[in-house]
Design a binder for this molecule. Structure first.
Ligand SMILES: Cc1ncc(C[n+]2csc(CCOP(=O)(O)OP(=O)(O)O)c2C)c(N)n1
Ligand SMILES: [Mg+2]
Length: 367
């Protein structure tokens, strides 16, 4: 019997706006001016918050956090394309998308200072899950959420994020398998920022693309320039339509770069070349989007200065609110673990509070 091919796979790459802000007119989604400006405004606000958080952390006014600079064009267009019933399941480099979705600017400040209120949304209907520091666990959770939405008859798609390093985790593969077998309405977004702390993409996996990991589960995939907000807009809309119409999961690999340190506890100078960083800064998402807006006659230096001032004021107000002393209960976390009450929770809360009182005494002794 002659051998014959039984399956063939192709992974496409999508870019619409190049590094210089030149658009491929045939692929331009033709978003109305106000939507384009809204997209830029969210990306600028996310960048402003990130830059301020770095200063606060360096001044000892904020705990350790993972900077998001350079990732704005991934999650902002995604969150703008999602519907109100859809679930936003983030990892920890999606601040822009979280803000678009309705999370207050104070949430990341609280969260990265170790305060539970950073996990509590003003409205549960916003459908944003908390930051997932545990790499990969959100992937099977997203498959479950998506399955549950369909089971409950809701028209909701779950969009879940993970990093390049996260695609080596067992949870990633198990989650994709469940999602595919169940045909769950979920879109997975791999933020391939080339680094997993100090492990480069080349040492992480021998897959030629990260998108192709979806093909093992027969999940359609697309590799996208993740610094190109227009390409991300087109890709997420295709992916949401696919999932919403009952065809099952979809995976997007967003190719970007972690422009800053992994977290503020890390120093990338110890393991990566400054020339590589310099080259990545030339491809960053905001400069090219601004050039595109300017070429369309929608933007100039004056408007940019006004937007920067506006974003700064918003961040200033959030920092003031964050730094205003207020009472907070030590055991707030127990209020939000489950949707319904449970006797074990009462026991655990009591034990925790007894320990807090004990440690509090010791702290006081140390002055
Ligand atoms: C299960 C688990 N293992 C290890 C870690 C420690 N850790 C935190 S971030 C990280 C690297 C993540 O890299 P990647 O998935 O590429 O995401 P990025 O930080 O680049 O956004 C690791 C190993 C963790 N948080 N969770
Ligand atoms: Mg990474």
């Amino acid at each position: 019997m002659p051998r014959k091919p039984v399956a063939k796979f192709v992974v496409d790459h999508l870019q619409i706006l190049d590094e210089k802000g030149q658009v491929d007119a045939k692929l331009d989604p033709g978003l109305p001016a106000e939507r384009l400006l809204e997209m830029y405004r969210w990306m600028r606000l996310a960048r402003e918050l990130d830059e301020r958080m770095l200063k606060l952390q360096r001044q000892g006014r904020l705990g350790t956090f993972p900077p998001n600079t350079g990732h704005e064009a991934v999650s902002v267009p995604i969150a703008m394309a999602m519907g109100p019933k859809d679930w936003f399941v983030g990892a920890f480099r999606e601040t822009g998308g979280r803000l678009v979705r309705g999370e207050p600017l104070t949430s990341p400040l609280h969260y990265y200072n170790g305060w539970e209120e950073g996990n509590i949304l003003p409205d549960a209907a916003l459908r944003i899950t908390p930051v997932s520091v545990v790499i990969g666990c959100q992937i099977p959770q997203a498959a479950g959420l998506a399955f549950a939405s369909r089971y409950n008859g809701e028209d909701a798609v779950t969009v879940a994020f993970i990093g390049d390093g996260g695609t080596s985790e067992g949870d990633f593969h198990e989650g994709l398998n469940f999602a595919a077998v169940w045909k769950a309405p979920v879109v997975y977004v791999v933020q391939n920022n080339q680094w997993a702390i100090s492990i480069p993409r080349s040492a992480q996996t021998s897959s030629r693309t990260l998108a192709q990991k979806a093909l093992g589960f027969d999940i359609p995939c697309l590799q996208v320039d993740g610094n190109d907000a227009l390409a991300m807009w087109v890709a997420i809309n295709e992916a949401l339509d696919h999932a919403r119409s009952g065809k099952g999961p979809y995976l997007i690999e967003a190719v970007t770069y972690r422009l800053m340190m992994h977290t503020t506890a890390d120093d990338p100078k110890k393991y990566r070349d400054e020339a590589e960083e310099k080259c990545a800064w030339e491809k960053e998402p905001l400069i090219r989007f601004r050039a595109y807006l300017a070429a369309r006659g929608l933007w100039d230096d004056e408007r940019d200065a006004a937007l920067t001032a506006e974003a700064r004021e918003q961040v200033d107000a959030a920092v003031r609110a964050f730094e205003t002393p207020h009472d907070r209960a030590d055991d707030t976390a127990f209020d939000h673990v489950y949707g319904t009450d449970h006797p074990h929770l009462h026991e655990q809360r009591a034990e925790f509070l007894a320990n807090v009182r004990f440690d509090g005494g010791k702290e006081a002794d140390h002055g």
